[in-house]
Design a protein around this ligand. Structure first.
Ligand SMILES: [Zn+2]
Length: 119
């Protein structure tokens, strides 16, 4: 991969990282107890309580997926730093550049990804 492409991906990753960190900060912003603050209060009736629990678990899974994306991005940035970026973690072949430009945190090539999705 040439340096220009790598630089472009690095910038993209940094921008994504920044955005996700801001999203994650919303979960804890201005609150002493993050878990408590996330728990919405709709009311005390039974159906209202159920809605609170649903909203709470939605917010937890969103936070989870943001944290996973952040981990992938940080790993990709680390790999750029140590020069191992762009290699498929399953077969070790270089991942297609177009794929990396579209999804810079990808850690598997298309053929491995397809194989895993089928199994
Ligand atoms: Zn592969």
């Amino acid at each position: 991969m040439n340096k220009t492409t790598l630089q472009k991906i690095k910038t993209d990753l940094a921008a994504r990282k920044d955005k996700i960190e801001k999203e994650l900060a919303k979960f804890t912003e201005g609150n002493e107890d993050a878990a408590d603050a996330r728990f919405p209060q709709f009311g005390d009736k039974e159906d209202e309580n159920a809605a609170e629990v649903a909203a709470y678990s939605d917010s937890l899974s969103l936070e989870d997926s943001l944290q996973n994306s952040l981990k992938d991005i940080e790993k990709a940035l680390q790999q750029i730093a140590d020069g191992s970026y762009g290699d498929c973690k399953y077969c070790g072949q270089a991942i297609d550049e177009k794929r990396l430009l579209a999804r810079p945190a990808s850690s598997a090539c298309i053929s491995c990804k397809n194989r895993l999705n089928k199994s």
